[in-house]
Design a protein around this ligand. Structure first.
Ligand code: DX5
Ligand code: ZN
Length: 216
């Protein structure tokens, strides 16, 4: 079943609890949290102090996207703060095996993300150890950017690998510039989860925006 993972990055943070509660009955069981450190990406978002109240406000699966350098230093704390999936960037660390081990040991599911300039083949040797691959369809750092179609071929490659290796539980997720205008293309290319920020939280009816992306 295909899924939408709404990104709260473009929500009104003075009403974050309400915005999340509004999604309680929406057709999604995931919520995407973008953590930025101002070093890996040219923007700073939020960290542990925001994670904890979000965890309390929702029973949805928390899909945490770390755009930070040296993720190995922090992954355990994100699991302790309530993350269900912890996704770190391939480009952000030389200690990929350590990050995978730390997340797994702490009891969460493991994801790796690749930036638009990174080819999915770099992940080949870790595929059977991952629960999620996050293909960026914008340069990470900001919501509201234009979708980059180069992500489509990456989904096709990963979907083929997933099938060849029989990795039924691996989720292929795409992030950035996603709306009902491109969601069908991505699902058809093998994506199973799509992150959507502005097209959900900027919509007059976020629940309907989610349904429109799934049914596009
Ligand atoms: C960008 C973030 C995205 C962002 C998506 O670095 O990883 O998750 O919130 O926002 P939209 O859907 O507006 O492109
Ligand atoms: Zn993200």
């Amino acid at each position: 079943m295909v899924k939408i993972s709404p990104s709260v990055l473009t929500a009104d943070f003075t009403k974050l609890g309400e915005a999340i509660k509004e999604l309680d009955f929406a057709k999604t069981d995931m919520l995407h949290l973008d953590v930025m450190d101002g070093i890996f990406v040219p923007n700073i978002s939020f960290g542990f102090p925001v994670m904890k109240p979000v965890r309390k406000a929702t029973a949805k699966v928390l899909d945490v996207h770390l755009m930070i350098v040296e993720p190995e230093k922090y992954v355990k704390r994100f699991v302790d703060a309530g993350a269900d999936y912890v996704t770190f960037h391939y480009e952000a660390t030389e200690h990929i095996d350590l990050c995978i081990d730390e997340i797994r040991k702490a009891g969460a599911k493991v994801g790796i993300s690749i930036k638009p300039g990174t080819e999915p083949e770099v992940l080949d040797k870790w595929l059977d150890q991952l629960d999620l691959i996050l293909v960026m369809s914008v340069e990470p750092g900001f919501g509201g950017q234009k979708f980059m179609p180069s992500s489509i071929a990456k989904c096709e490659y990963l979907a083929k690998k997933k099938q060849e290796l029989g990795l039924e539980n691996l989720i292929i997720e795409v992030d950035g510039g996603i709306s009902a205008a491109n969601s069908r293309l991505l699902f058809d290319a093998g994506a199973e989860a799509l992150v959507a920020g502005s097209s959900v939280f900027g919509a007059p009816d976020p629940e309907q925006a989610i349904v429109d992306m799934i049914n596009s």
